[in-house]
Ligand binder design. Structure first.
Ligand code: CTP
Length: 403
């Protein structure tokens, strides 16, 4: 995916051991289609060389405000006006204290101060020892930076290079990349709470066996990511899948359809949108054996009886909030043939304003899909694309219908 195609990023490095992650982050930016201009403080050059950053970015690194390579000798003006965003990663405690006071005694702080504040966002990724991060001075500075319009990213928690454990690690390169990509997405769902189900369910037969289905959860997870990128608060109720949680998404892991129903009921009252992307098992074994069912040597097979699972989507769609329009419900249909007819019938049967149809065997486990959106106005196709692009398009369609 070229999520950052056409974007020019000034990547600023201040002093900190997390500079080693900035090298990987720079590479990730380039792979995502961005062009990258690296600017380093003198302290950063103690941790990583400009040679490495030049090789990765494909451009000479700037570090001095007296750099005569620029025709007008004003690298702080030229570099900040070209940028679509300035990202400081790592942002040391000292560098943030400088930003806060508007100090400008080296090129990086100078270009941050000189940037056109309405047009060029400044995004900082703090990195420091846990005591430095927790210090009231640092926390005060972070709060003031936010108040001044700087986007202050979170920090990771865990083992630190100094040997201590706690908050203050810089986010990992892939997390920084996700944050930056999200930053550039239009905030179509700002202020909305989106509840999503994803993945299969697992219906236990006994403690070691059960029935499930081939849903990978990829489409539902992509929708969760896209909704969060669009500014929504997102709760993702996930059946058993081995997918990473999209950044900033609150995930609730469940196993069975009954678990999923309970988790959905717990969040539905606070939601503005409910998207049922899960492949919920239609039936579950009527009883779950407390112990593993053993072969008795006679060749006899166990007689399994099934009962129907509750229809989570239909019950949410029938709730008073959904009926009054306060909760917008979106269903999915995985079909094998006659997609339009089945999707229209399922939309009516589930009682939802929007139903999204897809051909199951053409998408299960894959990274791409094609969607057919069916609502009261008719049908509209979102042609085959990767699931992230489709998820963004679907989120835009939903946002438009919310008005
Ligand atoms: N769904 C649900 N709870 C269920 C079954 C389905 O919430 N117990 C939701 C799915 O998440 C999806 C939609 O309903 O959004 C369609 O599910 P599907 O299983 O395809 O439809 P069915 O009603 O089972 O119809 P059929 O088996 O005839 O295809």
């Amino acid at each position: 995916m070229s999520d950052l195609a056409g974007k020019h990023i000034v990547l600023g490095l201040s002093g900190g051991v997390a500079c080693y992650k900035a090298a990987e982050f720079c590479r990730a930016l380039i792979k995502a289609g961005a062009t990258v201009q690296v600017v380093m403080t003198e302290a950063a050059e103690h941790f990583i060389t400009p040679v490495t950053m030049q090789a990765l970015s494909g451009r000479p690194v700037y570090s001095s405000q007296w750099d005569a390579r620029e025709g007008n000798n004003m690298p702080h003006i030229n570099l900040s006006r070209e940028a679509d965003a300035i990202v400081i990663a790592p942002a040391s405690a000292d560098f943030m204290a400088k930003l806060l006071h508007g100090r400008a005694d080296d090129l990086l702080s100078l270009l941050c101060l000189a940037r056109p504040i309405e047009r060029v966002p400044l995004i900082v990724a703090p990195a420091m020892n846990r005591e430095m991060y927790a210090h009231p001075a640092t926390q005060r500075n972070l709060a003031q930076l936010r108040a001044d319009g700087t986007v202050v990213l979170g920090v990771g928690s865990g083992d630190q290079a100094c040997g201590e454990t706690g908050d203050g690690r810089m986010l990992e390169p892939h997390e920084l990349l996700d944050e930056l990509i999200a930053h550039f997405q239009p905030k179509r769902l700002a202020g909305r709470h989106v509840l999503i189900t994803a993945g299969p369910t697992f219906e236990a037969i006994d403690p070691v066996r059960g029935i499930t289905n081939r849903s990978s959860g990829k489409m539902g997870f992509a929708i969760a990511r896209a909704a969060r990128e669009a500014g929504a608060q997102v709760t993702l109720v996930a059946g058993p899948v081995a997918l990473p949680t999209p950044r900033g998404v609150q995930r609730v892991d469940v196993q069975s359809a009954l678990d999923m129903q309970r988790a959905v009921q717990a969040s539905a009252d606070a939601a503005d949108v409910f998207i049922a992307a899960a492949a919920v098992a239609d039936w579950r074994p009527a009883t779950e054996a407390g112990q593993k069912i053993k072969k008795d040597g006679s060749g006899a097979v166990p007689a399994l009886a099934f009962v129907e699972n509750p229809d989570i989507l239909a019950s949410v769609a029938a709730s008073a909030r959904a009926q009054s329009g306060a909760l917008y419900c979106v269903g999915f249909a995985a079909e094998s043939h006659d997609l339009l007819a089945h999707a229209q019938a399922k939309r009516a049967r589930k009682g939802v304003p929007l139903l999204v149809g897809n051909i199951g065997p053409d998408t299960f486990g894959l990274d791409h899909n094609a969607l057919l959106l069916v609502d009261a106005q008719g049908a509209r196709e979102l042609p085959r694309a990767d699931k992230h692009s489709l998820a963004r398009a679907l989120v835009a369609e939903i946002a438009q219908r919310l008005g």
